[in-house]
Design a protein around this ligand. Structure first.
Ligand SMILES: NC(=O)c1ccc[n+]([C@@H]2O[C@H](COP(=O)([O-])OP(=O)(O)OC[C@H]3O[C@@H](n4cnc5c(N)ncnc54)[C@H](OP(=O)(O)O)[C@@H]3O)[C@@H](O)[C@H]2O)c1
Length: 504
């Protein structure tokens, strides 16, 4: 059997969602590890006054592409930005671009989606379902198409506890839903959304389930495979350990923890945190396309790209490593020392939310107002609470995913491909991964310099001393009086609190 790089040799690839988190990692890895791929056509929309070509140029100038730039300085010539707004009719492609894609594309990777959990049903259907349908229609006209890879989510059927690598019946016929959305006004759609999504927590998981059905039904004549990642996190190894560039999903909460803003989360200690590194997802996707391209399986291959079944990691451990790592390598200008606690009990969580989030935020805003500054803390906390509410369902429940197809795929790889396209999560060492992840949020999301680490540590030490001082005053008014009156008492107290510092 040909190796993965050999399979991609001379191939024209179409990629949607290339400007997104997963899409850009896939683009980089494909070009770097399959250097003989002919071209990658990326569908990009105009955004914030930038043309698709400009957006592509800006994207490939980011750090993620540094390694590729070193190894293949001419790599840019292989990336062709095609203007496309996926929510428009026929993906808003020009006739010329459409003809070009129909003539030359061999492999499609469909990554684009709205991943917002609180998207309106209309918008989520438009992008996650209708655009997928439109892309399938285009794919059917492609003369040399070998594989269509659809990126779904492991939570598409989160209303089930045990999820196999099969496509389940959809919650509703997508055609009927699309037809109904045409005549309903937005108010009515929003009113019936909770009833429609039923036992799913949001429109995202609901529409991703519908998209799988659309892919299965409308792409019946195509060679299709579906990848279902769970919660995609920073990279494990490639192109750099801990690479991440956004606040989506857990990363935003990790940063809030590092800044000392996030103090309490509602989660179950023992619930599995099914994090999967982005490079694992990308390697599985590239390998799955290779497998389908070479073997042309008769049925749609579904891959549950998860970690919980083989190398489980729990939310209790996530919190432990967050506190540990952000104390060891603090973010700059943390507001408080990182110290997240976890409560599964609703009332207890509400109590700690009031005490450790809302009260300090109100006090800080009062101080800001009194000192003539603009208050912002309560606004930040409100946003944080909204984000936490959206993920609570996923931090409080656990699922079992079958991963037989993923294991089969791994066994098909040659020893060399196993190394280059590693997705064996049994080798993942969570403590090390979390250390790199926390460092990645600092380096790549917040763009903080490593040279600022000593100052950040000093700042944390100061915060800790302030807290000790505050506690001392609260606990022992006599001692506080003595410290206030006597220089010697002050020195002794300072010695006690600083000498026991920094035990990370
Ligand atoms: N991230 C996760 O934890 C996770 C977990 C499981 C599955 N997945 C799946 O993985 C895939 C990629 O997710 P991601 O995290 O990379 O998402 P992301 O960072 O939000 O990227 C979404 C991509 O879709 C593009 N897109 C959105 N609306 C578009 C439109 N109207 N026209 C053209 N392009 C549009 C975005 O382009 P712009 O830059 O123009 O906005 C962006 O490139 C999705 O299918 C998602 O369901 C993700």
């Amino acid at each position: 059997m040909v190796s993965i790089p050999e399979y991609y040799e001379g191939k024209n690839v179409l990629l949607t969602g290339a400007t997104g988190f997963m899409g850009k990692v896939l683009l980089e890895k494909l070009l770097r590890s399959c250097p003989k791929v002919k071209a990658v056509y990326i569908l990009v929309r105009h955004k914030a006054g930038q043309m698709p070509q400009e957006r592509m140029e800006e994207m490939i100038s980011c750090k993620l592409f540094d390694r590729l730039r070193d190894e293949q300085p001419e790599f840019k010539e292989k990336i062709i930005a095609v203007p496309s707004e996926l929510t428009q009719s026929e993906l808003d492609l020009s006739e010329q671009d459409k003809e070009k894609l129909i003539d030359c594309i061999n492999i499609v990777f469909h990554c684009a989606a709205t991943v917002r959990f609180n998207e309106t049903l209309r918008d989520a259907v438009q992008l996650n379902v209708i655009a997928t349908q439109q892309l399938i229609i285009l794919a059917q006209r492609m003369k040399n198409l070998e594989v269509f890879m659809h990126v779904s989510t492991a939570y598409a059927y989160c209303n089930r506890k045990h999820i196999e690598e099969i496509i389940y019946p959809p919650p509703v016929d997508p055609k009927k839903l699309i037809g109904s959305l045409e005549w309903m006004d937005d108010g009515l759609v929003n009113d019936i959304t909770p009833k429609l999504i039923g036992d799913r927590p949001n429109t995202y998981t609901y529409t991703k389930a519908l998209a799988e059905y659309v892919v299965q039904q409308e792409g019946a004549k195509l060679n299709i495979a579906i990848i279902r990642p769970s919660i995609v996190g920073a990279s494990w190894k490639e192109p750099f350990p801990g690479w991440i560039d956004n606040f989506n999903g857990p990363s935003g909460l990790f940063i809030a923890a590092g800044k000392g803003i996030l103090r309490t989360i509602r989660a179950s200690n023992s619930a599995v945190a099914d994090l999967v590194p982005v490079d694992v997802v990308v390697n599985t996707t590239l390998a799955a396309a290779w497998y389908s391209g070479v073997n042309r399986p008769r049925n749609i291959m579904v891959y549950n790209c998860t970690t919980g079944g083989t190398n489980p990691f729990h939310w209790g451990e996530v919190v432990y490593y967050l506190n540990l790592n952000f104390k060891m390598n603090p973010l700059e200008q943390a507001l408080r020392r990182p110290n997240v606690n976890m409560h599964s009990n609703f009332l207890l969580h509400q109590y700690w939310t009031a005490v450790s989030h809302i009260l300090p935020a109100v006090l800080r805003d009062v101080v800001l107002r009194l000192t003539g500054q603009k208050p912002w803390m309560m606004k930040t906390i409100t946003r944080l609470h909204k984000a936490m509410m959206l993920i609570e369902y996923f931090t409080s429940n656990s699922w079992i995913w079958n991963t037989e197809n993923v294991n089969m795929l791994m066994n098909q790889l040659s020893p060399e491909d196993k190394k280059v396209f590693n997705f064996d999560v049994r080798q993942l060492h969570w403590a090390e991964y979390m250390e790199n992840y926390c460092m990645g949020t600092k380096k790549y999301v917040l763009n903080e310099e490593m040279s600022g680490l000593p100052a950040a540590r000093k700042h944390l030490k100061k915060l800790r001393n302030i807290r000790y001082g505050f506690n001392t005053v609260l606990v022992d008014p006599d001692l506080a009086y003595l410290i206030a009156r006597s220089q010697m008492a002050r020195n002794i107290w300072y010695f006690v609190v600083t000498s026991s510092t920094m035990r990370y």
